[in-house]
Design a protein around this ligand. Structure first.
Ligand code: EPU
Length: 418
C-alpha cells in the first residue's frame, strides 16, 4: 500500500518550482512516432504516466531513455501497430497512438478503453473525426481494429465538444494526411498548443492551435524534433491551493500564470492574495477562505482537474459555495472521502454544494484518482491531527516529488509504503 501521511496545522512557506506538464509530454511522446530518428524532450517530469507511455512506445518498437529531466526517444522506421489492453487500461491516453499509427502505418490495433472513475468517457469523437479522414474501425473482442485502406486524407471535422484527446488524435493523424484538415470547435488547451508547437518543429504545417479552429496542411514526412515541455499548470495550481488552505505564503516558479488565469481569479475571490509575474506567482492564503462559486469548462474556463483541490479549499470556507462540473459526467467520488474528514459537501446532479465548516479532523481517506488524492492531501494540511491518504500511486502518476516539495514548504508530510 502506498499512502501519504499528513499532520495538519502547519502553514506552507517558501518557493516551489514546477516541471513539465503531464498532459503535454504524454502527447509529445506519441508525436515522436510520426518521424523515425532521435527525438529529445526536456523538462520531462519523473512520473508514472510517463513511464507507462514509455512502455507503450517500447511495445510499438520505439525506445525511450531518460536522463534527469531529458527524455530521448528513438523511433524506428517500422512500428508494430498495436497496443495491448493492460497498457490502455493503465493509462487512457494510450488511445492517442491511434491517430499517429494510422498516419504512419495506415492501420492500428488498440485495446478499447473502458470507463473510469469519471464516468464512461467515450472516444466517439476521436473515431468520428478519424472516419471522416478515411479510417475504418471494427471492434473485435475488445480490440479496436483501425485501418485507412486508401491512406488518410484531409477532412473538415467539427467536434460536438472541444475534447482534448479527440483534437489531439486528429492533429496527430492530420499532419501526415493527404490534403487539408480543418478541426472546428477544437480544444484550446495550452498543452495542445504545445503539441502543435512541437509538431511544427518536426515540419508539420499547423495554423490556429490554441484557437477553436485548427487548420492542418498535411506533409509527406516529418523529421525528429527537440522540445522543452511547457510547465504543468495543474502542478502549479495544486501547490497554490495547498498554500491557500494553510494560510501560507508560497511562490510558485517556472510556470505560466497566464495558463491559470481563471483558477487564480477564483483563488483570489476566495480571499488569497495572488501576485503574478511572467513565469511565477505568489499566493498568500487567507486565515479562512471566503465561499466562491465556480463552474468547470474547457480552457480557458476553470480546469476540471483543479476542481477537487479547489473544493478542498472551499470546504473550510466561511459560507456555502456551489461548484458545477461541466466536463465530466461524474467526478464526485472524492466527496465522500472529504466528508470523512468532517467536510460538508454533496453532489446534486452536476453541482457540488460545499458548506464550509470551521475545522476538519484527520483520518484515513481513499485518494481514488490523481486529483482526488491531491485534494485530500491538501485538506489534510488543514485538518486536526493525522490524515492518511491511501492511493499515493495516483499521485505518482502525475506529480513529480509531491511529498518532497510539500516538505520543503514546511508541511509535516511523509510517504508510507513502497
Ligand atoms: N468525450 C466524449 N467523447 C469523446 C471524447 C471525450 O464524450 O470522444 C467527453 C469525455 O467523456 C469527457 C469530456 O468529453 O466527459 C472531456 O474529455 P476530453 O477528451 O477533453 O479529455 P481527455 O483528453 O480524455 C484530458 C486530460 C485529463 C483532463 C481532460 C479535460 C490527458 C492525458 N488527460 O483528458 O486529465 O481532465 O483532458 O481537460 O491529457 C488528469 O490529468 O488528471 C486528467 C484526467
Amino acid at each position: 500500500m502506498r499512502a501519504i501521511k499528513v499532520v495538519g496545522g502547519r502553514s506552507l512557506h517558501g518557493t516551489v518550482a514546477v516541471l513539465g506538464a503531464k498532459n503535454a509530454v504524454l502527447k509529445h511522446m506519441v508525436a515522436t512516432l510520426l518521424a523515425p530518428g532521435t527525438h529529445r524532450l526536456d523538462n520531462v517530469p519523473e512520473i508514472e504516466d510517463v513511464a507507462i507511455m514509455a512502455e507503450v512506445l517500447r511495445h510499438l518498437g520505439a525506445d525511450g531513455e531518460r536522463s534527469g529531466n531529458r527524455l530521448v526517444v528513438e523511433v524506428p522506421e517500422d512500428l508494430r501497430p498495436e497496443t495491448p489492453l493492460d497498457l490502455v487500461r493503465r493509462m487512457r491516453a494510450s488511445i492517442l497512438v491511434l491517430g499517429a499509427l494510422l498516419a504512419r502505418r495506415g492501420r492500428a490495433r488498440v485495446a478499447f478503453p473502458g470507463g473510469d472513475d469519471f464516468g464512461s468517457r467515450p472516444i466517439d469523437l476521436h473515431l468520428e473525426g478519424l472516419r471522416a479522414m478515411g479510417a475504418e474501425f471494427e471492434l473485435r473482442h475488445g480490440v479496436l481494429h483501425a485501418e485507412a485502406p486508401r491512406g488518410l486524407h484531409g477532412a473538415d471535422v467539427y467536434l460536438e465538444f472541444p475534447s482534448v484527446g479527440a483534437t489531439e488524435n486528429l492533429l496527430l493523424a492530420a499532419v501526415l494526411a493527404d490534403g487539408v484538415t480543418t478541426i472546428g470547435n477544437a480544444a484550446r488547451e495550452p498543452e495542445l498548443e504545445d503539441l502543435a508547437a512541437y509538431l511544427g518543429k518536426m515540419g508539420a504545417k499547423i495554423e490556429g492551435a490554441g484557437t477553436s479552429t485548427i487548420v492542418v496542411h498535411g506533409v509527406s514526412e516529418l523529421t525528429p524534433g527537440a522540445h522543452r515541455v511547457i510547465p504543468d499548470r495543474l502542478e502549479a495550481g495544486t501547490y497554490a491551493a495547498a498554500a491557500a488552505i494553510t494560510g501560507g505564503d508560497v511562490t510558485i516558479t517556472r510556470c505560466v500564470p497566464a495558463h491559470l488565469r481563471m483558477e487564480l481569479t477564483k483563488l483570489a475571490a476566495a480571499g488569497a492574495e495572488v501576485t503574478t509575474g511572467d513565469d511565477w506567482f505568489r499566493v498568500v492564503g487567507p486565515e479562512r477562505p471566503a465561499p466562491v462559486d465556480f463552474a468547470t469548462l474547457p480552457y480557458p474556463g476553470f480546469h476540471t482537474d483543479m476542481h477537487p483541490q479547489m473544493v478542498a479549499l472551499l470546504s473550510v470556507a466561511d459560507g456555502t459555495s456551489i461548484v458545477t462540473e461541466n466536463v465530466y459526467a461524474s467526478r464526485f467520488r472524492y466527496l465522500g472521502e472529504l466528508n470523512r474528514l468532517g467536510a460538508d459537501v454533496h453532489a446534486d446532479g452536476q453541482h457540488v454544494v460545499v458548506r464550509g465548516v470551521e475545522r476538519l479532523s484527520g483520518c484515513e481517506v481513499d485518494g481514488c484518482d490523481i486529483r482526488a488524492a491531491a485534494a485530500l492531501t491538501i485538506a489534510g494540511l488543514r485538518a486536526d491531527g493525522e490524515t492518511t491518504v491511501v492511493g499515493a500511486e495516483h499521485i505518482d502518476r502525475g506529480y513529480d516529488g509531491f511529498v518532497a516539495k510539500l516538505r520543503a514548504l514546511g508541511a509535516a508530510v511523509e510517504r508510507l509504503g513502497e
